[in-house]
Design a protein around this ligand. Structure first.
Ligand SMILES: [Zn+2]
Length: 104
């Protein structure tokens, strides 16, 4: 068991400083740090066990990825750049079918 006490200084990842900094413990749960305060920028946050949270960049990336996924589905047939060969055979096939239907 650890003997952490309020006010003890421990390492943790500070989101504002974006690096490991010294933190003092401001809240303990079951002998473990629950909340800590960065000694550099004095912001309080939950103790992260020195783990960096997913950065905003990563979150943004995931968000964009999801947007692309949802946007790609309906837009797939329409505005593709001309240099994207993936759609060309499908479109030709569709036109062939249409042509065949028109000519009995
Ligand atoms: Zn900080």
């Amino acid at each position: 068991m650890s003997n952490l006490r309020l006010g003890d200084v421990i390492d943790d990842f500070c989101v504002k400083c974006r690096r490991l900094t010294n933190h003092s413990i401001v809240s303990l749960i079951d002998g473990e740090a629950a909340k800590v305060r960065c000694r550099t920028c004095y912001s309080d946050h939950d103790y992260r066990r020195e783990q960096a949270p997913p950065s905003k960049k990563d979150l943004k990336k995931a968000e964009l990825f999801n947007q692309v996924l949802t946007a790609a589905a309906p837009a797939a047939a329409g505005d593709r750049p001309a240099d994207s060969p993936a759609e060309t055979p499908a479109e030709e096939a569709v036109e062939t079918k249409k042509t065949r239907r028109k000519k009995p």
